[in-house]
Design a protein around this ligand. Structure first.
Ligand SMILES: *Cc1c(COP(=O)(O)O)cnc(C)c1O
Length: 433
């Protein structure tokens, strides 16, 4: 399958789309034509990695990676993605738990798929210099990418995170790897990390000399596998209850929510798509006013969603059009910090379930913005994007109790942490290569 840019460039094959991240014209790669799937072609007896491989196969048709797709899916979908019930008075509400991977956030799925595809492309190309993956992170992305690429031959990862601005546990997950992972704490904010990454990529000579690649959330290699869990969970609900699933997705850069739009467009039984944001309201404001007004991000309790200029909106507008058209297809609500707090406490008090601050925006939206009639008539799924134990500094004091820490996090916390603090300049980064 060919991939084209949202701004017209291309076509390129899937390998180029994955390795280059952004298109040459500054747009984002999308498939030239989305496949039309039929639910009859899938089976509930298949484990998710088999489902994933069937779902994704049209995108890999006739590419070098095609014969590897099953193995790639086996490496990426190797932990459970359960649907669990959440307490509700009317109707049906499920949580789609995407936080059982190695670093306890949904980003593990995309990062693992990206690493599995990139490492195969790199070994085919037999490049002697290692490929250097640059990742600027405000917390979860860097950990997922570091974990996914750790000890993969021919690659090294440079993680740039803002010094003193990630949680203690997040920092540990960014700095505990060693081997081919270089962790750098940048004196500055997340925006400084992102600016440094952009500066590196804008220098052609550096890109060639170090085989620089990006692992950020606009890479199609991260988006495509994210569509799988929407297709899969809607298919499971369809088989068990003959119902269409309606999703509420906690949203920052819109990678996760957009993947749901793709799954729906490809023919899966998906009804409404509701995007919950934190106090960064660029998306709900756009749907209200019709004006796209990106802005600086605001710090909130749901920090992985602190995005003022959600990049994947460009893909959503390419797929479904501008605000007037989008209004009939998506809804979006903003949730502030005190509402996040309130929701975490009330879910805990009512049913003992501990949700993370990001997931709390989705649950708040379900409880407060979905009309009662729609709650009764429709099956809702809130996407749970991270495990609460990643954010223990926020949650413990709120509920007076510590969420249980899963084994995979316990093991990482026991490893020594290693990183260097650098000034925000690209020479400081290059000195560490
Ligand atoms: C990244 C992240 C989000 C936001 O996802 P986007 O794809 O950027 O919209 C939400 N929750 C958690 C826990 C995350 O790590």
């Amino acid at each position: 399958m060919d991939f084209i840019s949202t701004r017209g460039a291309g076509p390129v094959g899937i390998e180029d789309a994955i390795m280059s991240g952004t298109a040459t014209d500054g747009g984002l790669y999308v498939p030239s034509k989305l496949p039309n799937h039929k639910v009859e072609d899938f089976s509930l007896n298949d484990p998710i990695h088999v489902f994933a491989s069937r779902f994704l196969s049209p995108f890999f048709h006739r590419s070098y990676l095609e014969p590897h797709l099953e193995a790639i899916c086996e490496e990426s979908f190797n932990f459970p993605l359960p649907l669990t019930d959440l307490n509700t008075e009317q109707g049906q509400l499920s949580l789609l738990e995407l936080f059982h991977g190695p670093t306890l956030a949904f980003k593990d799925i995309g990062a693992r798929f990206l690493a599995a595809t990139m490492s195969r492309i790199i070994s085919k190309n037999q490049i002697s210099e290692p490929t250097t993956i640059i990742v600027a992170t405000s917390g979860d992305t860097g950990a997922a990418v570091a974990s996914a690429f750790h000890q993969r031959s021919g690659t090294r990862v440079v993680v740039l995170f803002p010094e003193g601005r990630v949680s203690e546990r997040q920092q540990h997950q960014l700095t505990c790897w060693g081997d081919n992972i270089i962790s750098l704490a940048v004196k500055g904010e997340f925006d400084d990390c992102q600016r440094l990454a952009k500066e590196l990529f804008s220098d052609r000579q550096l890109v060639e000399r170090y085989n620089l690649c990006s692992a950020n959330s606009i890479n199609v290699g991260r988006l495509l596998p994210q569509s799988v869990y929407y297709a899969y969970s809607s298919f499971m609900n369809f088989c068990s209850d003959a119902c269409v699933s309606n999703y509420i997705v906690p949203t920052g850069n819109l990678g996760n929510g957009f993947a749901c739009a793709w799954a729906k467009q490809m023919g899966f039984p998906i009804g409404e798509l509701v995007l919950s944001t934190n106090f960064n309201q660029t998306i709900p404001d756009y749907l209200d006013s019709g004006l796209w007004e990106p802005r600086k991000s605001i710090k909130t309790l749901a920090s992985a969603m602190d995005v003022g200029d959600p990049s994947n909106m460009e893909r959503l507008r390419f797929l479904w059009g501008e605000a007037e058209d989008l209004r009939s297809r998506i809804k979006s609500y903003s949730v502030n910090d005190s509402e996040i707090r309130e929701q975490i406490m009330s879910e805990f008090n009512q049913s003992g379930v501990i949700i993370c601050p990001h997931t709390a925006t989705g649950v708040y939206t379900y409880r407060n913005n979905i009309p009662n009639k729609d709650k009764r008539d429709k099956h809702w799924v809130v996407v749970a994007t991270a495990h609460a134990s990643k954010f223990n500094e926020i949650i413990d004091p709120m509920i007076g109790e510590r969420p249980n820490t899963p084994d995979q996090l316990m093991r990482l916390l026991e490893l020594p942490s290693e990183f260097e603090v650098i000034d925000p300049s690209i020479n400081e980064i290059l000195d560490r290569f």
